[in-house]
Design a binder for this molecule. Structure first.
Ligand SMILES: CC/C=C\CCC/C=C/C(=O)SCCNC(=O)CCNC(=O)[C@H](O)C(C)(C)COP(=O)(O)OP(=O)(O)OC[C@H]1O[C@@H](n2cnc3c(N)ncnc32)[C@H](O)[C@@H]1OP(=O)(O)O
Length: 280
């Protein structure tokens, strides 16, 4: 059996949490044999990306980057949900300072994951709407379990995916298909996602998905790591630079948009629908 070690055993807020991982809402396990790190999101109930989960994701990605892991596999501890995307509670009736920090942190996570020098893959072991799809498409390879859905459904919520969400999507799909899917807010089934190329492979279990991701990351074993990283970064440089240049504007645009009464009303109705469905 492969020995794995859990990185960073020190709790973030004091010795009383010494038994938990450093980042409470993510765990990082490095396979000693392959050097591949598995980064698991574990925020109940649906891995909604709130400020704290985003901070933990950023810390974990940085940790994997600085530990010179051979690869990063992103997955979820939830059996049916990879990530429900942005936590809508962060955007509904938002608190002024917190929503700024929230969006800034999301930008940080995207810049580090999409721009990671480490090869990345997503083991999509559950539904992956909106922000979940953003994380998956920021990786270089995707393996997904059957009977789930993935896509950028923002227009269905009456919101607009920012340019950099589109960049990740466009790094996977041809423009014509990406544009149509985004305009429709389309969620793809696993089978449809495979057919269109939004995912690379399917797997019948999370273990198999992780193995297939590891096999993909293993294809770089004999490639010079610096040459590989610089090549990847050249492909992604224009997208990354665009957000770097426009970070402040992007934040202000988001704040302006999200605070529109019509947008707030739409989010409220959407949330209500989610809650009603959950109670059934
Ligand atoms: C200028 C730019 C402006 C804006 C850009 C913003 C970009 C936004 C990106 C986003 O990511 S927006 C979020 C989009 N996400 C969704 O639409 C997903 C909604 N959720 C679902 O479809 C389902 O919940 C599910 C993920 C498929 C899981 O279904 P399941 O049946 O397993 O769970 P259930 O629906 O019962 O949910 C349990 C519980 O969780 C709450 N929930 C679900 N998703 C979210 C979410 N994204 N944010 C906050 N809360 C969420 C749901 O209400 C239930 O709560 P309850 O138990 O308290 O009722």
């Amino acid at each position: 059996m492969l020995r794995t070690k859990v990185l960073s055993l020190v709790a973030r807020s004091g010795p009383s949490r010494l038994m938990s991982t450093a980042t409470k809402l993510t765990t990082v396990e490095v396979n000693d044999k392959t050097g591949i790190a598995t980064l698991t999101m574990c925020r109940a109930p649906v891995n909604g990306l709130n400020l704290e989960l985003l901070k933990d994701l950023k810390t974990s990605i940085d940790e994997i980057e600085s530990n010179k892991s051979r690869g990063l596999i992103l997955t979820s501890s939830n059996a049916t949900i990879f990530s429900a995307g942005l936590d809508i509670m962060e955007m509904y009736n938002p608190e002024k300072e917190r929503i700024r920090a929230f969006w800034t942190q999301l930008q940080e996570v995207w810049l580090s994951l999409y721009g990671s020098s480490v090869p990345t893959a997503a083991a999509i072991n559950g539904h992956s709407p909106a922000g979940g799809c953003l994380l998956a498409t920021s990786c270089e390879y995707r393996v997904m379990l059957p009977k789930f859905t993935i896509g950028l459904n923002e227009t269905q919520l009456g919101i607009v995916a920012p340019k950099w969400f589109m960049s990740s999507f466009l790094s996977v799909l041809p423009q014509r298909q990406a544009e149509r899917a985004l305009n429709q807010g389309r969620m793809f089934s696993t089978e449809e996602a495979l057919q269109i190329g939004l995912i690379d492979e399917t797997a019948t279990s999370k273990e198999e998905a992780v193995e297939k991701c590891a096999a993909f990351l293993g294809t770089f074993a004999r490639v010079n790591p610096l040459a590989r990283a610089l090549t990847k970064q050249q492909f992604r440089a224009a997208d990354l630079q665009q957000l770097e240049n426009e970070r402040k504007d992007d934040l202000e645009k988001f704040l302006f948009f999200i605070n529109q009464p019509a947008v707030q009303k739409g989010l409220g109705i959407y949330l209500e629908g989610l809650k009603k469905k959950a109670k059934k």
